[in-house]
Design a protein around this ligand. Structure first.
Ligand code: BGC
Length: 768
């Protein structure tokens, strides 16, 4: 127990004392909630209910109607940029501030746990809920979610890290079995959770709806107990996603502490029955109740006071976050920023009047106010600049599109700059279903076609929760500013960016592919008949595009600025060792603002293992640093990597393993714009284990001692020397026992066993 979990629970009794006084029925009741948003109360012992509320980008506290799909009203709350936007800031400090602001709003309403952040990987750009998730990269997602949890919890409010785990699609999300191998789980789908658990210690974790390799996450003992608690040391509470429990006693046994919302009269009764008939040990139930009591206790201090928050201040935080979240994908001939005196700006697009700034479902916030981009632009541009508007396309009435296009074309001829606000309508993406295509709506594509003769002056401003295809039209425009779904203050932020009052600094947290078919999950997404096979393994996102050498529209990590930066060749220093468990590699590079405006660059460090016994990604993000620089200013950036940055998950050894040898460290401003790279050598114990009968000839020859022993015999050495390349390749793949059985190289099974025992004895002697 940590210090704050020892705080008294109700009537000044501690957790253990209260637990001792609870009846079996009361324990069962506490292991499920009291209602849709509250834990259960036990009045006679002074255990009060605590409230939980969504969600990742703002508070959705409901006091009138309760639902978890975004139907009913919720209290006004600041709507911050959604996760896909916030992640593009690559700025943990900013995310921490947003988290703290959400925490303050939770306190205002006496909400004790905020249901977020979501750290599921963006396996496919089609996932309807990608706007709630941070990245296709586990390191980036883990770093940013750590900051979010730290921010929320700095206020004395808990976070709920979700959805644990492997919930990467909405299709059949409540039943589908994600079929994923151990290495892929460990390297891609679990690390963001692991990082947040270990560094930020979230008060709660929310399990996902889906099955993982045929077992519901809510009943997954390996996931909820062996990995989460025993390996990662988690001591907080695990709650279910809303309606994710199918068998409450089995879920208790697996390590799921709180069922939400409660199936009162069903789940509690089943738990009591299971304890009475001996199929569920009462000590296991006690563990879950203990965690509920601790959660009530640790949330109490914050609830004992009244809190207020400053709406204006929070709107300003939302605006700053939106500013830093926008990614300038393209800016030919410096079209942006616009707004020089006398300029005529034409704004096209309904989204400029009716902005889309958040997604639908359980995360939907009731915003305290909404900045309208068109109004913000007109105000900020001032009297010397003309800002006109035409809708360009309709969000409701397809029949009017042709007329709107003609009107837009006429107006564009007269304008000096055209700002086209495009994006996905709300109907295209949401919690609860997946997208069916990557493209923008047809009427918007037709508008871009119509405007293409004016491409020199057209900038597109995008609002969408997940990557949209740009490859069919990006050559028809000069600039693209991807704003994602960037919260209630997006309108003001985008005006500042377009008019050059702020400088874009966002970087893509997800690749924008040329075609949907290029995405590595394409053949297996979203599966069918209750199963989705993660056939691409570890090669999701840029790991897939890089490995198969696909061109992409805009690579992971990409983002331009109104200024320019230069990043130097990196250098790397290795300290400690894998063997002693203290390996640290420090990478340094210098970044210089070589342009004429202040701005921010994100220096990204990628690691690759060019020669490995398992297929590995070409490069993987392992560190990054965001640096703000004035024109001409330089900064030295130092990033440290530990052993894990070089490791892969060995299915054979069932643990992380670092292979000795060369690693390439590249540093750049995107995953495909690398300023330079450096090689380091890392020494490490063998990960292939001692040589044995079934080691292949290639493995024998790669092991110095075994190779020396083989080649010491002139017959074997001679036979090996006589082989040409194809023959060598064929023999290289054969187990030594097979070679011995055939007698090909002049040694038999007896001689093989002699060599093996000599090798192993030698190893033992040197070990002693
Ligand atoms: C969602 C969760 C959410 C919960 C409560 C579920 O449908 O998957 O993310 O926190 O509802 O609203």
């Amino acid at each position: 127990m940590t210090a704050d979990t020892e705080r008294p629970v109700g009537q000044d009794q501690d957790v253990e004392a209260v637990l001792g006084q609870l009846t079996l029925e009361e324990k069962a009741a506490l292991s499920i909630g009291g209602d849709i948003w509250h834990t259960a109360a036990v009045e006679r012992l002074g255990i009060e209910p605590i409230m939980v509320s969504d969600g990742p980008h703002g508070l959705r506290a409901q006091f009138q109607t309760g639902d978890h799909v975004g139907l009913g009203d919720s209290v006004p709350a600041t709507c911050y940029p959604t996760a896909s936007a916030l992640a593009s800031s690559w700025n943990p400090d900013l995310v921490r501030r947003v988290g703290a602001a959400i925490g303050r709003e939770a306190l205002r309403w006496q909400v004790s746990v905020v249901l977020g952040p979501g750290v599921n990987m963006k396996r496919s750009p089609l996932c309807g809920r990608n706007f709630e998730y941070l990245s296709e990269d586990p390191w980036l997602a883990g770093e940013l979610a750590t900051a979010m949890v730290q921010g929320i919890q700095s206020q004395g409010v808990g976070a709920s890290l979700k959805h644990f785990a492997v919930n990467n699609q909405e299709t059949d999300r409540m039943r589908v079995s994600a079929e994923v191998d151990q290495r892929t789980l460990r390297e891609i789908y679990l690390p963001a959770f692991e990082r947040v658990i270990k560094v930020a210690e979230p008060w709660t974790v929310m399990c996902s709806y889906n099955k993982i390799n045929r077992t519901y996450a809510s009943q997954h003992h390996w996931l909820l107990t062996e990995v989460l608690r025993e390996e990662w040391g988690y001591d907080g509470l695990v709650m279910s996603d809303w309606g994710a429990v199918h068998d409450r006693p089995a879920a208790v046994a697996a390590g799921l502490d709180l069922e939400m919302p409660p199936l009162i009269g069903h789940s509690d009764v089943a738990v009591v029955r299971a304890v009475r008939d001996g199929t569920l040990p009462e000590s296991t139930l006690d563990e879950t109740v203990r965690r509920v009591l601790r959660l009530v206790a640790r949330s109490r201090p914050a609830r004992q006071a009244e809190h207020a928050f400053d709406e204006d201040d929070h709107h300003r935080i939302a605006r700053e976050a939106a500013r830093q979240s926008a990614v300038l994908l393209k800016n030919s001939d410096g079209l942006l920023p616009v707004g020089s005196p006398g300029q005529r700006i034409l704004v096209i697009g309904e989204f400029a009047r009716e902005p889309r700034f958040q997604g639908a479902g359980s995360s939907q916030v009731n915003p305290t106010r909404i900045d309208i981009p068109l109004d913000e632009l007109a105000t900020l541009a001032g009297p010397d600049v003309t800002v006109d508007f035409v809708p360009g396309y309709s969000l409701e009435d397809a029949a009017s599109d042709e007329g709107l296009r003609a009107e837009a074309l006429t107006a564009a001829r007269e304008a000096d700059a055209v700002l086209a606000f495009l994006g996905l309508p709300a109907s295209a993406e949401s919690e609860g279903f997946d997208r069916t295509r990557l493209d923008l709506p047809d009427n918007q594509l037709a508008l871009l076609d119509a405007l293409q003769d004016h491409r020199d002056k057209v900038a597109v401003i995008l609002a969408n929760g997940s990557a949209v295809r740009t490859s069919t039209w990006q050559h028809q425009v000069s600039a693209i500013l991807e704003c994602w779904l960037s919260g209630q203050a997006a309108g003001g932020a985008v005006a500042e960016l377009l008019l050059g009052r702020a400088n874009p600094s966002g970087k893509l947290a997800e690749t924008i592919p040329i075609r949907l078919q290029d995405n590595s999950s394409y053949l297996n997404f979203p599966g069918g008949d209750g199963i989705v096979r993660y056939g691409e393994g570890i090669f999701i996102g840029y790991r897939g595009y890089d490995r198969s050498e696909q061109e992409v529209s805009f690579p992971f990590g990409h983002g331009l600025s109104y200024t320019s930066f230069q990043i130097s060749e990196p250098s790397a220093v290795v300290q400690g060792s894998v063997e002693s468990g203290d390996l640290i590699v420090t990478i340094t590079a210098t970044v210089t603002n070589t342009g004429r405006r202040g701005g921010a660059e994100v220096v990204q460090a990628y690691v690759g293992d060019p020669l490995s016994i398992v297929p590995r990604p070409v490069r993987e993000l392992k560190a990054f640093a965001r640096v703000e620089l004035q024109p001409g200013e330089s900064a030295d950036v130092a990033m440290t990597l530990d052993e894990r940055a070089f490791a892969f998950w060995s299915e054979r050894l069932n643990r992380w393993a670092v292979e000795a040898g060369e690693f390439v460290i590249s540093v750049g401003s995107s995953s495909r714009d690398l300023a330079g790279s450096t090689s380091i050598m890392i020494d490490a114990p063998s990960v292939t284990g001692p040589i044995h009968r079934d080691s292949t000839m290639a493995e024998w020859l790669a092991d110095p001692a075994a190779a020396a022993m083989l080649t010491a015999d002139p017959r074997i050495d001679g036979a090996l020397q006589a082989m040409d390349e194809p023959m060598r390749a064929m023999f290289g793949d054969m187990p030594a026992s097979t070679v011995a059985g055939f007698g090909f190289l002049g040694f038999d099974l007896g001689a093989l066993d002699d060599m093996i025992s000599k090798l192993n004895n030698d190893v033992k002697e040197t070990d002693v």
